[in-house]
Design a protein. Structure first.
Length: 356
């Protein structure tokens, strides 16, 4: 067993000091609640490599324990949303478990390879492939997104929101504007009350680093409210190991809003600027690093210390919030300057000096 495999064992391998990032251990963070961690190891998931459950009326949720998606039986063809490589062929096995219908429609949520990169497994079925224009543009620009298998190019694209009817089963393909990526569409089956909104929330967990690696932070933050605008039983979110309920979406929305609000506070008046005198102006990047680190720590502390509306802190409610909040805080702080039109107190302070 290596040091990395021993939970709680500190290791100094690859520690680079200030030039690198710290390597942390399990002991540095809160234990993951049983319902967040344990569901990775449901008996059928261990045996089959995936977990499958019906949401409602022929809509199914399928997960590898890290990546998830949904498909819908229509009575004369299956509509599949995305094909994550970490599900791979197991997605086909999951479909075959409940129906003999062929896959007639494939809908891509967005262009990221980690969610659609295995779509080539359905190529022989020659399904209609539906996506936003921007998704097709990315796939044509970078054909290696699907690896050796290749990635079917969308046959039908949308620019604005649209609807799809497959054998009487309705799908709303909703584009609310740029969010996690440009072209990331929400796929909603109203009769099944099933919504696929990928890479916005992670039910029961904090989102992954930097607002789930989103290209537009403001749009990603707003997308939480878009989710709550639907009448849904399940939101399939792409991660982690169960589908989300309206309660999950609300918790993720409130957590995100807290980070945004504390970041606005930090940018406006949360800074001490004590380091400026010590560092001086000879290395601007050290100055900026301290500026962001101080604000990031302010936002992280405020967010994690807050007692939320159910009496718990965010670290108690969302698994991994104590791991990830600092990364979200940094992304939001940067976005406030780029996407929210805020000018920081730091810039107001240093700009005249920089010109002196
Ligand atoms: Zn993505």
């Amino acid at each position: 067993m290596t040091d990395f495999q021993k939970p709680g064992t500190p290791t100094d391998r690859h520690q680079l000091g200030a030039a690198g990032m710290p390597l942390n251990t399990l002991a540095d963070y809160r234990p993951i609640p049983a319902d967040g961690y344990g569901s990775l190891f449901l008996p059928d998931r261990i045996a089959k490599g995936y977990h499958l459950e019906e949401i409602q009326d022929g809509a199914y949720y399928v997960t590898s324990g890290a990546y998830d998606t949904m498909f819908v039986r229509t009575g004369n063809g299956v509509v599949v949303v995305d094909a994550p490589p970490l599900l791979g062929e197991n997605l086909k096995r999951a479909i075959a478990e409940v129906t003999d219908e062929p896959v007639t429609h494939l809908i891509y949520s967005h262009w990221h390879s980690d969610h659609i990169g295995a779509a080539g497994i359905f190529a022989a079925d020659k399904p209609k492939v539906i996506a936003h224009d921007y998704t097709r543009e990315m796939i044509q620009r970078w054909p290696d997104l699907g690896g050796e298998r290749g990635l079917p190019v969308p046959t039908d694209t949308i620019t604005e929101s649209d609807t799809l009817d497959v054998n009487g089963v309705r799908f709303n393909l909703d584009y609310h504007g740029v969010n996690h990526t440009p072209g990331n569409i929400f796929i909603y089956a109203p009769q099944q009350k099933a919504l696929a909104a990928i890479d916005i929330i992670s039910p029961g967990w904090s989102a992954f680093k930097h607002c789930d690696a989103s290209e537009n932070i403001r749009g990603w933050a707003e997308a939480h409210d878009w989710i709550l605008g639907y009448d849904f039983k399940a939101v399939v979110s792409g991660h982690v190991n169960r589908y989300g309920t309206p309660e999950d979406a609300k918790a993720s929305r409130d957590y995100t809003n807290d980070i945004v609000e504390f970041s606005k506070e930090a940018l406006s008046h949360g800074q001490e600027f004590e380091y400026i005198e010590k560092i001086g102006f000879s290395n601007a990047w050290v100055l900026w690093e301290n500026y962001f680190n101080e604000m990031t720590n302010y936002v992280t502390k405020k967010t994690l210390e807050k007692v939320t509306d159910n009496g718990q802190t965010w670290a108690q409610r969302l698994a991994g919030a104590d791991v990830m909040t600092k990364y979200h805080a940094y992304s939001v702080l940067e976005a406030l300057r780029l996407e929210y039109g805020m000018v920081s107190g730091f810039e107001k302070l240093i700009l005249p000096k920089a010109g002196a």
